[in-house]
Design a protein around this ligand. Structure first.
Ligand SMILES: Nc1ncnc2c1ncn2[C@@H]1O[C@H](COP(=O)(O)OP(=O)(O)OP(=O)(O)O)[C@@H](O)[C@H]1O
Ligand SMILES: [Mg+2]
Length: 228
């Protein structure tokens, strides 16, 4: 049996907006082995991004337990949590979250800077990743000088810069055409073969979901299908 990298038990997330509680996750149990590739599908509003934010340690569950690579993260302090996050997780956000004041190259190099990777190494790796996503000619551009699909590819390059053990991607190809989507999926597969990371990808594209080795379907805050 492989190492369990993500172990979620009874995860509940309820948002409080004024007087109203909004239950979004209603008891999620999910175990993912190191090296697995999991696709997550579900209707808009089902709770996919909320789940990804919890798995990515960007948000905490209202109730339930989360053990990430052996660390019981539900009980960690914020600084311990961000330490584990920075070393372990690469995140491609649904809305990119690129920093507008930095160049493409600086955005991709930033997670490595937080891990104190020396400058020359940072730049070499950022350049290599940007070349692999087809943006070697845009290193000095700022995000607002790029198309939507190009920004998405910068976010993908950034998510890989720290060689994460766990790559979380929320609709990573939502702004790409079918040729761009194929290229990015091929790149993910190539990098996963090289370094064996675990990958969780949210997608609306049934072709991507059906091709994944494991498909988890979320509806109304619950897992309704888990097929390997
Ligand atoms: N901070 C918040 N406060 C209150 N409600 C929220 C908050 N964040 C999300 N929600 C609600 O939680 C539900 C799930 O949101 P979530 O972003 O997880 O959906 P999703 O499955 O990722 O949808 P999509 O496919 O559109 O990205 C939505 O109904 C949303 O309105
Ligand atoms: Mg979402």
């Amino acid at each position: 049996m492989g190492e369990i990298i993500v172990d979620l038990q009874g995860i509940v997330k309820t948002y409080q907006t004024g007087e109203v509680s909004v239950p979004v996750l209603k008891g999620i149990d999910l175990r993912i082995d190191a090296g697995e590739h999991v696709a997550i599908m579900g209707k808009s509003g089902a709770g996919k991004s909320t789940l990804m934010n919890i798995v990515g340690c960007l948000d905490r569950p209202t109730a339930g337990d989360y053990v990430l690579a052996g660390h019981p993260v539900s009980r960690l302090e914020d600084d311990e949590l961000s330490g584990i996050r920075g070393k372990t997780i690469g995140f491609v956000f649904q809305s990119f979250h690129l920093l507008g004041s930095m160049t493409v190259m600086e955005n991709v190099a930033l997670p490595m800077e937080y891990q104190n990777v020396p400058t020359a190494q940072r730049h070499a790796r950022a350049t290599e990743l940007l070349e692999r996503v087809g943006l070697g000619h845009r290193l000095g551009h700022r995000p607002n000088q790029l198309s939507g699909g190009e920004r998405q590819r910068v976010a993908i390059a950034r998510s890989l810069s720290n060689r994460p053990k766990l790559l979380l991607a929320d609709e990573p190809t939502g702004n790409l055409d079918s040729a761009g989507t194929r290229k990015i999926l091929a790149l993910f597969a190539e990098l996963q073969a090289e370094s064996g990371f675990t990958m969780i990808v949210v997608t609306h594209d049934p072709a991507i979901g059906n091709a994944a080795p494991r498909l988890v379907r979320v509806a109304d805050g619950l897992i309704v299908e888990d097929r390997r």
